[in-house]
Design a protein around this ligand. Structure first.
Ligand code: NAP
Length: 308
């Protein structure tokens, strides 16, 4: 099969388009012919070596935390899927990733794709959907809550807007001015353009803030929360926890491969509650260029998807 692989941490050019042996479905696994995989900020930060202190990657490594395609073989004892099923899969950090034409995963790592979604759309909801769902559960969003979702035009932020809106929360978000209509279309009640205004000067009294930015945005987020509020953060860089000063709880979330969470996301999308956001697609062979674009923040309005 064709795959993307790198043998050392470094710039996007370290990723090579290579031939690898086809994987096989071991006991309890399914073999999936992939049609699409997400490109996430985690992928490029891991490749660049920024996350070395958290993850020691086996080298060479095939990147990608998810993928979607069709089951082409079922290993002994695997009973939840049959050949021909369309599935999305979660790929472990230390296992072969989704930037490849095939992947073998434990069947616990896969969920069927609802009929109303294309495989590309379902992949746009896989790693991003897991991130949004786990953050949502952590924050315990409920109807009537005032919620600020940072980075609403990003893949995870866009899904958080939709989920919080669905739950009946009053949703504010931050984005660049040209994305204001886009985030309002996802269900945000108000949008603060970060290139025109400082959100901490126009928002206050929030029950919950989802921080997908860190840095200055994190520091200023304390000020807009009410006492007893919750700050849930998802970024890789360390933060200075000032929860005690402001009387708010600060919780970091890390995405885990949680089948029930992924199933919940696919069910909501299958019911038409969640709309997948695909920023653009690029062929697998252009993974290095996809990473370059992500690194310079040229991707907006959903997920960048590699296609096979
Ligand atoms: N801890 C975890 O397990 C976990 C899981 C998932 C994601 N994350 C992290 O969460 C972050 C977002 O992930 P993602 O996949 O949604 O990324 P993404 O799709 O690349 O989105 C990034 C978005 O950030 C927005 N942005 C840039 N500067 C901003 C600012 N000053 N204020 C508000 N928004 C700004 C951009 O909005 P415009 O397009 O409007 O400029 C862009 O759409 C990343 O840092 C990622 O590493 C962590």
């Amino acid at each position: 099969m064709k795959a993307i692989q790198y043998s050392e941490h470094g710039p996007a050019e370290t990723m090579r388009y290579v031939d690898l042996p086809d994987p096989v479905a071991e006991a309890g696994q399914i073999l999936v012919k992939l049609q699409a995989a997400s490109v996430t900020p985690f992928d490029w930060k891991l490749r660049a070596g920024y996350l070395k202190s958290h993850f020691t990657l086996p080298m060479p490594s095939v990147p990608g935390r998810d993928g979607g395609g069709t089951v082409i073989a079922v290993g002994e004892g695997a009973s939840q899927f049959k050949v021909g099923d369309r599935v999305v899969v979660m790929a472990g950090v230390f296992a072969q990733g989704g930037y490849a034409e095939m992947i073998a995963v434990d069947e616990k790592q896969a969920v069927r794709i609802p009929d109303r979604l294309s495989t590309i759309e379902a992949v746009a909801l896989t790693n991003a959907g897991l991130s949004a769902w786990i953050a949502l559960q952590t924050a315990e969003v409920k109807s009537g809550d005032k919620v600020l979702v940072h980075s609403g035009a990003g893949a995870v932020g866009g899904l958080l807007i939709q989920l919080c809106h669905h739950l009946g929360a009053n949703v504010s978000t931050t984005c660049r001015s040209s994305n204001r209509d886009y985030v309002l279309g996802l269900g945000a009640d108000s949008a603060v353009a970060y290139d025109q205004q400082d959100f901490s000067e126009v928002l206050d009294d929030q029950d919950i803030v989802f921080d997908l930015m860190g840095g200055d945005v994190h520091d200023k987020s304390y000020k807009v929360l009410k006492r007893g509020g919750r700050l849930v953060w998802l970024v890789a860089d360390p933060i200075k926890d000032r929860g005690a000063d402001f009387g708010v709880t600060v919780t970091r979330i890390m995405v885990t491969d949680d089948k029930s969470a992924l199933q919940a996301i696919m069910d909501l999308a299958g019911a038409g509650v969640l709309q997948p956001q695909v920023a653009r697609t690029m062929p697998l062979s252009e993974a290095a260029e996809a990473h370059r674009q992500m690194e310079k923040s040229a991707i907006s309005r959903g997920r960048l998807i590699l296609t096979m």
